[in-house]
Design a protein around this ligand. Structure first.
Ligand SMILES: C[S@@+](CC[C@H](N)C(=O)[O-])C[C@H]1O[C@@H](n2cnc3c(N)ncnc32)[C@H](O)[C@@H]1O
Length: 422
């Protein structure tokens, strides 16, 4: 966040100034992304002093719009945090958009406690609504409860348990907002949602995490919106690990715990003596074009074509030395088959400040693999840059009862990804 642009020094600014500047920044970020912050979300953000939930952080850190404040680590891994304000603001917006009639008077369950988001929800639901927050870690619930009380929100119910299981069994919620990275939908969440209730959940599909806002109809959930995001991983019974497999120095594939690849075979494709093949889609896109939906489109098209979809990540050194040239080194869609390893490559900018999309491939079938991937990119653009819609059905749902789309089977659920024009 460019806090200097507000004209004040972060060293001398008061908490109130920093708080106001953070919310101004969040509103501006929304506009830049083509989103509109709902007035009630902005009012909640202006009301709740975030620094009361991050007592160990400096004021300037507490009011950074773009950063989570990590509150607990195990080894190098962050396991708990007060989430980044930009992400909290977007997820609250998703929730408020999806709940018919808005959040006032609603009964909300938050999964993953930090205190701050629960306080914002308390503001949003008002006196006739209720907020329950649950966390698996007693240290976190103890801290969240103390911060909520100190900030005057002692009417938030704080529960310590694994949210994979029902919370307050028999009770139903109008909104369940999950603030920890999930891989599947626990049946308890669907069961505890009121009919037409809303679930907002950061979910890993095809190795990529999006915050999905979904509405329940019977035993099904269908998404209304999705946003790019990242979260600490779910612990407890619903935990599902991410694995990183090295395929070259500083180059990795990010895989789900049960996804298998022949690491040596991919490494060999990458190390082929012939140069990599680069193909271009031959399109001209404006600078702010959002490509997150394209990445899910590629995941779905690659899977439907019977190839293995994987996510490529790379260290900066591997990019600088030209081993790989991924579109985004923290997670780029890639396709793998016997004859080629192919991924979405860096953008090509032209003199008019527009860019083209490309694919890079390695291996004997590199040319056809790269051509196929840029063809899939063109198809997404030709279809009007459609957005993904996620359908979640219980495991055991027969194939014939699934909507037409790309199927991803999880432990408790069958996910189907479809696309609708934006
Ligand atoms: C990002 S933090 C939550 C942030 C918080 N909502 C805020 O106000 O900023 C994620 C939390 O999820 C919790 N968590 C992880 N697995 C869980 C589970 N199975 N059930 C309940 N909480 C869980 C972690 O202990 C961690 O405190």
């Amino acid at each position: 966040m460019e806090r200097e642009s507000t004209g004040m020094s972060v060293d001398t600014a008061s908490g109130e100034d920093l708080h106001a500047a953070m919310v101004d920044q969040l509103v501006a970020d929304h506009m830049e992304k083509g989103l509109v912050m709902r007035p009630e979300v902005e009012a909640a953000l202006r009301s709740v002093p975030r620094h009361l939930f991050t007592p160990d952080a400096a004021l300037a850190e507490a009011y950074r719009a773009d950063q989570a404040v990590v509150t607990k680590r195990i080894g190098d891994e962050a396991v708990s945090s007060v989430s980044a304000p930009w992400l909290i603001a977007e997820m609250l917006g998703q929730a408020a958009d999806a709940v018919d009639g808005g959040l006032a008077g609603r009964h909300v369950l938050e999964i993953g406690s930090g205190g701050y988001n629960a306080a914002l929800l308390r503001e949003l639901v008002g006196p006739s609504g209720s907020v329950t927050t649950i966390d698996i870690d007693p240290e976190v619930t103890g801290r969240a409860a103390a911060c909520l009380t100190a900030a005057g929100y002692d009417d938030v119910a704080v529960v310590c348990a694994d949210a994979e299981q029902p919370v307050n069994p028999g009770r139903s919620y109008d909104l369940i907002i999950v603030t920890v990275g999930a891989w599947d939908i626990s049946p308890a969440w669907t069961a505890q949602l009121a009919e037409n209730g809303t679930l907002v959940v950061p979910l890993r599909t095809f190795g990529m995490t999006r915050s999905w806002a979904m509405r329940r109809t019977g035993d099904r959930l269908v998404s209304r919106s999705q946003r790019l995001c990242g979260f600490v991983s779910m612990q407890g019974v619903g935990a599902h690990q991410v694995r990183y497999v090295d395929i070259a120095d500083g180059v990795h594939l990010r895989l789900d715990e049960d996804q298998q690849v022949n690491r040596l075979a991919v490494g060999e494709l990458l190390a082929q003596p012939q140069p990599q093949t680069q193909a271009w889609a031959g399109v001209s896109l404006p600078p702010r074009t959002v490509l997150a939906d394209l990445d899910l489109w590629l995941a779905s098209r690659i899977t439907d074509a019977g190839q293995l979809f994987v996510v490529l990540t790379a260290q900066q050194e591997a990019v600088d030395s030209g081993v790989v040239a991924p579109a985004w080194r923290f997670g780029t869609p890639a396709a793998l088959n016997n004859g080629a390893f192919c991924y979405r490559s860096t953008l090509r900018w032209n003199d008019d400040d527009m860019f083209d999309l490309g694919a890079c491939a390695h291996g004997p079938d590199a040319a056809s693999a790269a051509g196929r991937m840029v063809g899939q990119m063109r198809a997404w653009l030709d279809s009007g840059s459609p957005s993904p819609v996620l359908h979640v059905l219980p495991t055991g749902t027969p194939d014939g009862d699934l909507p037409a789309g790309t199927v991803l089977d999880k432990r408790h659920s069958r996910f189907v990804l479809t696309f609708t024009p934006a």
